[in-house]
Design a protein around this ligand. Structure first.
Ligand code: SAM
Length: 225
């Protein structure tokens, strides 16, 4: 495991390596009792969960306030926090059971993040969170127009929503109206990967989000912008 980690993640310290190993062990153990991931082989987890999550690392400024929307088993948020404990991270998921797993991982790894059990639609309307984040990150949660409605309201003006995607050009095309309505703009960066096309769609919030968004829980996916 340590060899795989060091090969896939450049300049990994021994301490960071220990944390990734402990995270892997907890993931595999808890996965026998709850559905956390279909990917379990060490080399696959290292590549497709850990290294993949770290693609956003160069974009995150020192001490940034970051929210991971639909974090599931902690991707991409926890790998990012292992390498960048300076981040002020909030992990959000609508499944309570996963929050229990995330709290255990953070405690065992000696990391600090807030874990919130909420639908992103409700979370984005809470005054304590709306318009307060420098970055939102999200992976495998929803199609881009839906994801933008869930994440952009959480950002400060100038903040960025970093959406982990595969081939993104079609999704970007379908997100034009969401970008317009949410006062955001987007660019795509391709991430080198030997297991298919990986890209980050980086959406910048250019002005405050109209009060209408996000709409009530379930509406963004039923009726995307
Ligand atoms: N981001 C993780 C990853 O890349 O492995 C998890 C992906 S999993 C396919 C999607 C996750 O998003 C699930 O844990 C689900 O509970 C969460 N989710 C989906 N819609 C959500 C919403 N509206 N609000 C909060 N969480 C949501």
């Amino acid at each position: 495991m340590r060899e795989l980690l060091k090969r896939a993640i450049p300049h990994l310290s021994e301490q960071e390596c220990d944390k990734f190993v402990a995270y892997y062990d907890l993931l595999i153990d808890w996965n026998t009792r709850m559905n956390l991931t279909a990917i379990t082989a060490p080399e696959e987890v290292v590549k497709k969960h850990f290294a993949d999550s770290l693609a956003a690392l160069p974009l995150l400024s020192d001490g940034a306030k970051v929210v991971d929307v639909g974090t599931g088993a902690g991707f991409p948020g926890i790998p990012l926090l292992i390498r960048r404990p300076d981040l002020r991270l909030t992990l959000v998921d609508s499944l309570q059971k996963r929050i229990g797993f995330l709290e255990t991982v953070l405690r065992e790894l000696g990391l600090t993040a807030a874990c919130v059990h909420a639908r992103a639609e409700d979370f984005g309307r809470m005054p304590a969170h709306r318009g307060t984040y420098d970055f939102a990150v999200s992976r495998a949660v929803a199609a881009l127009p839906v994801l933008l409605e869930l994440t952009v309201p959480l950002l400060k003006v100038g903040g960025k929503s970093i959406c982990f995607k595969g081939e993104a050009s079609q999704e970007l095309e379908s997100a034009k109206s969401a970008l317009f309505l949410l006062h955001a703009s987007a660019e795509t960066v391709t991430v080198p990967a030997d297991y298919g096309v990986r890209s980050l769609v980086i959406c910048t919030k250019n002005a405050p989000t109209p009060k209408t968004y996000p709409r009530k829980a379930g509406t963004p996916s039923k009726s995307p912008l």
